[in-house]
Design a protein around this ligand. Structure first.
Ligand code: GLC
Ligand code: MG
Length: 430
């Protein structure tokens, strides 16, 4: 079952400080918030405080096709590990390399054809779209009132045919049939086991969910769990019957990603104040210098300046000049080189130009390398969403730590490349 070398699970030499394993629909993603504010709050917190030493795992019921659709629609970060199709498909890294060992393991006592044959005899079941039918998952819709009885008889029939299956009901509508060894909880247990074997068990793990297929996540020992405020009836029922007295599981008062941030604070798993919640960004300081943190703040100020959500003050521009080297250049995507200070002047003139319009900026995949005792190379995807659409800019920054500047740093070089739409994810979309 062990993955090949290319199926690398993490980016670190040691254990992750925190591993977040989160469902997407109605947990990470709030489909009722077109502004995606709670997700953007989470993104800023993650990239500024956790990306460098922690692991983000998305665990979704969606197939790879629908997962990628969601990624195009919503400002999702790039996870380290993606668990899809209700814990039946695990992939690693940005390139989404499959864990073929996991898929082989799921073949045990599984025969997809028999599942399809037997379930087709139930007229109450209507098949979900073709994309959601996967090698180890057969999915239907069924009305709430009919679900329980139907699940029981289907399970019995399939057992009699020699299969060992798991039937899961979620969101008051979806019914998934999987191999018994599959599911979100089993996939998480498998990952934890592998980390443990490598001596890299994350120091803390937080599971986050809202519906029936997430219940399993909360049954894994050692894991903290948060049911977001908007959790579905079937998950709350499962909790009341199975885990009511477990202090490691909470029902948050925050909806979706806000509930996740709340749980980080509740369990004391690390910093839980998103830079987006800080009005005066210059008060948002860390004990140790972290370039990712500084860049998240920088681009948040950039967003607020365009949106006219900070005061238009000469001091802001002065500070910006103080933290950019007067010899420094920005290499624009067109290949044109411009002095950094000239770019700050251009920025100064853009105050409020996005006021009352759609304009959000978020960073993804921030990675920093210390290249000298006082210099860092930082690389990240800078995303912008505006009325014109969404675009990504692959950015590399060289910065120096400098005690005598307002933010303790100086940008010396910026190099940007606009990616054409989603070309940053070329292995997905092209
Ligand atoms: C996602 C999947 C669907 C599944 C549901 C619940 O919506 O697309 O196939 O039934 O999650 O697990
Ligand atoms: Mg969900």
């Amino acid at each position: 079952m062990s993955p090949s070398k290319s199926e690398k699970m993490d980016r670190f030499a040691g254990p992750a400080r925190l591993m977040i394993v989160s469902d997407l629909d109605h947990t990470m993603v709030d489909h009722h918030d077109p502004e995606n504010l709670s997700l953007l709050r989470f993104n800023a917190l993650w990239e500024s405080n956790y990306r460098h030493d922690s692991l983000l795992v998305f665990s979704t019921g969606r197939s790879p096709t629908l997962y990628k659709e969601l990624w195009k629609e919503k400002p999702l970060l790039t996870p380290d590990i993606t668990i899809m199709s209700v814990g039946t498909e695990i992939t690693y890294g940005e390139r989404m390399v499959s864990d073929s060992g996991w898929e082989k393991f799921l073949d045990e006592k599984w025969n997809r054809d028999i599942v399809v044959e037997e379930s087709s005899k139930f007229p109450q079941l209507s098949l979900q779209s073709e994309t959601e039918q996967r090698p180890h998952k057969v999915s239907f819709y069924v009305q709430k009132e009919k679900a329980e009885v139907l699940m029981k008889s289907l399970k019995e029939i399939l057992t009699n045919r020699g299969l060992d299956v798991k039937i899961i009901y979620s969101g008051g509508i979806d019914l998934d049939i999987l191999p018994q060894g599959g599911g979100k909880g089993q996939a998480l247990a498998y990952l934890l086991k592998k980390f443990k074997e490598d001596g890299k068990l994350p120091l803390n793990t937080l599971a986050c969910g809202d519906s029936g297929n997430d219940a399993e996540l909360f049954s894994i020992p050692e894991v903290h769990g948060v049911m977001v405020n908007n959790a579905q009836e079937e998950l709350l029922k499962w909790h009341a019957e199975n885990a009511k007295d477990n202090p490691k599981i909470i029902h948050a008062s925050g909806k979706c990603a806000s509930g996740i941030i709340e749980a980080i604070g509740h369990f004391g798993l690390g910093p839980n104040i998103s830079p987006r919640d800080v009005e005066n960004l210059s008060t948002c300081k860390l004990d140790n210098f972290n370039p990712g943190h500084e860049l998240v703040l920088f681009y948040l100020l950039y967003e607020r300046w365009h949106r006219e959500e900070v005061e238009q003050s000469a001091t802001t521009i002065e500070i910006m000049k103080k933290i950019t080297s007067h010899n420094g250049v920005l290499i624009h995507p067109s290949g044109v080189e411009r002095p950094l200070h000239e770019c700050i002047d251009a920025f100064s003139a853009c105050y409020g130009d996005k006021k009352g319009r759609q304009f959000r900026v978020w960073l993804d995949r921030v990675s920093s390398t210390q290249i000298h005792p006082d210099a860092w190379l930082v690389k990240f995807d800078k995303w912008e969403k505006s009325d014109e659409g969404r675009r990504c800019c692959l950015t590399t920054v060289v910065l120096k730590t400098k005690a005598d500047t307002p933010e303790g740093l100086m940008l010396v070089h910026v190099h940007q490349t606009w990616m054409d739409g989603f070309a940053a994810k070329k292995n997905w979309f092209f």
